[in-house]
Design a binder for this molecule. Sequence first.
Ligand code: FMN
Length: 142
Amino acid sequence: MPNLYQLVYTSVRKPNCDENEIVKILDSCKRNNPPQDVTGILLHSDDLFIQYLEGDKNIIKLYDMIKDDPRHKRVVLLSYGPLQERVFPSWHMGYKNLPKERIDFLTEGNDNDKNIFQSIIKGEQQSGVGAVNLLVKFFNKG
Ligand SMILES: Cc1cc2nc3c(=O)[nH]c(=O)nc-3n(C[C@H](O)[C@H](O)[C@H](O)COP(=O)(O)O)c2cc1C
């Protein structure tokens, strides 16, 4: 049985989730993820989250808890499956804001990325591999 899994979801950031709350979320990540050996990244824009988690199969339990967090809604699981090796081994929750210009810049000239990104933003189901590859690109890795 594989012992490493990845999970990607998108959600809509609620207005009650101001910058202060973002700091609290990252504090929770810092506190809870290292003991569970969970790594990954959390991207946010003004009104959207994308989180990529990697760890043992219990990351689905972490996801179940995060899903009910009142600071976001419309949580859509894009991908959950086995993983060969960690993409972000040393990041207990890498974090990035998603300014519009950067999204435009990164998606410019690449229709495939653009399509994937558009459907992620709309919360449509996407192949996990496509979503993960795009997230990796955002972090200029790989
Ligand atoms: C978008 C989003 C991402 C989150 N990611 C994590 C996470 O990776 N790890 C975590 O422990 N809590 C995460 N949380 C917070 C949890 O929902 C929950 O509030 C927290 O784990 C409670 O633990 P605490 O009492 O130690 O803060 C996230 C919340 C939101 C809204």
